[in-house]
Design a protein around this ligand. Structure first.
Ligand code: CAA
Length: 390
């Protein structure tokens, strides 16, 4: 049976996240965007009310919410501000490899820290020379006794400057391509240098930094999964988290859609509110349809994971469609505002800038198409994810 009705618990979660977005995020979102302010105050409050680390299972002290629950929360918080939501949600991305491949001991230690206090963790995959092409990474991990020694640089790392620990991918066999990558949990210490805080077009309240490992020692017990099997952990992680990015794209699009609807009812041209003109009505209709479809695709991709199924195809469908739709919807919102849409004093200009990153991070829209084409032409359905929380 297909049922898109939310349970009472899910409606309550949505209300909690919406109230938080409305009271704590929206009032400062445009100001934090302008100055690139780090939202530590909001992170602390979100942690307090239980809107962070929702993926952590109950046995490790978290609320153990489902993937679908996560997307409901992510849409609401991104409706408030997707830059601030990226800061709040990055622990989910850093933790997914732990969920997928971590031992019980490691989960207890690292998840325990996240739920105890508002600590942050970062996911370190991308390198200056290895963005879409993950297997081209050059960061190296060399085994020395019961430790690995890491050297290399990761870029575009969300929350990099503020993270206490990092999920890091490094080559343990330089000549084996994707079959030579391993995943590690790395604690921040003096050998980890954080620099180059990026000055971004959008999501300016989120922190994006370069993280460099200089002879950084990691206990062998902090390897996630088997040696040289890290590439698959990374791919499974992205299957877990791309529905969350899709949900954020829906949140951004919805915010722009609501602003555009309100404005079109107020703005009078040719003697009537512009909402009375069919040119505007058709734009509003298309924006609404895209939002509706993107949300359903997002919920579908998340639900498959909750059911223990592999969702590679659906995750890429959702992420690609929701991201491209958010870009189109926010661009149309600016168009509906006319010249005022181009002015920073009005709200939709920020949303258009924020939407752009949806088509870039956690795999560009072109990479999503590549995954969709491969999954369609050469389906690899056999390997289901090993855990259900993200
Ligand atoms: N689940 C399980 N296994 C998978 C898989 C999946 N979803 N996808 C691929 N694999 C397996 C394949 O079966 C194959 O296995 P074998 O070794 O047994 O043959 C192996 O992994 C290699 O797969 P491919 O041949 O498809 O690998 P590829 O090198 O062609 O790359 C890719 C595939 C889809 C392009 C991948 O590199 C990719 O997703 N790139 C985008 C990276 C990305 O999204 N980066 C975002 C960084 S995080 C971020 O942005 C957040 C932030 O903080 C800013």
């Amino acid at each position: 049976m297909v049922d898109f009705t939310l349970t009472d618990e899910q409606k309550n979660l949505r209300d909690l996240a919406h109230d938080f977005a409305e009271k704590e995020i929206r009032p400062v979102a445009w100001e934090y965007d302008k100055d690139g302010t780090w939202p530590q105050d909001i992170i602390d409050k979100a942690h307090d009310v239980g809107l962070m680390n929702t993926h952590v299972p109950e046995e490790y002290g978290g609320p153990g919410l489902s993937h679908l629950d996560g997307t409901i929360i992510e849409e609401e918080l991104a409706w408030g501000c997707s830059g601030i939501q990226t800061s709040l949600g990055a622990n989910g991305l850093a933790s997914a490899p732990v969920t997928i491949a971590g031992s019980d001991e490691v989960k207890r230690e690292f998840f325990g820290e996240l739920v105890e206090s508002p600590k942050l963790a970062s996911f370190c995959l991308t390198e200056p020379g290895a963005g879409s092409d993950v297997s081209g990474m050059r960061t190296k991990a060399v085994r020395k006794g019961d430790k690995y020694v890491l050297n290399g640089s990761k870029c575009f790392i969300t929350n990099g400057q503020y993270a206490d620990w990092f999920t890091v991918y490094a080559k343990t066999d330089m000549d084996a391509g994707h079959r030579g990558i391993s995943a590690f949990l790395v604690r921040r210490d003096d050998t980890v240098v954080i620099d180059k805080k990026e000055d971004k077009m959008g999501q300016r309240a989120s922190n994006t930094a370069t993280v460099t490992f200089n002879d950084t020692e990691v206990d062998a017990k902090y390897m996630l999964g088997e040696e040289n099997r890290g590439f698959k952990v990374a791919m499974q992680t992205l299957d877990f988290t791309r529905p969350g990015v899709a949900a954020m794209a829906v949140g951004i699009g919805r915010a722009a859609f609501e602003f555009a609807c309100d404005y079109s009812k107020e703005r009078v041209q040719f003697g009537v509110p512009i909402a009375m003109h069919q040119a505007i009505q058709f734009m509003i209709a298309d924006m609404g349809t895209k939002l509706h479809a993107a949300r359903l695709m997002t919920w579908n991709a998340a639900t498959l994971l909750d059911q223990g199924n592999r969702n590679t195809l659906e995750s890429s469908h959702a992420k690609r469609f929701a991201a491209d739709s958010a870009m189109e919807i926010t661009t149309d919102a600016v168009q509906i505002y006319g010249g005022y849409g181009f002015i920073k004093e009005y709200p939709v200009e920020k949303l258009m800038r924020d939407a752009k990153i949806m088509q870039l991070y956690e795999g560009t829209s072109q990479i999503q198409r590549l995954v969709i084409a491969r999954e369609t032409l050469l389906p690899r359905r056999a390997e289901a994810p090993t855990a259900t929380a993200a």
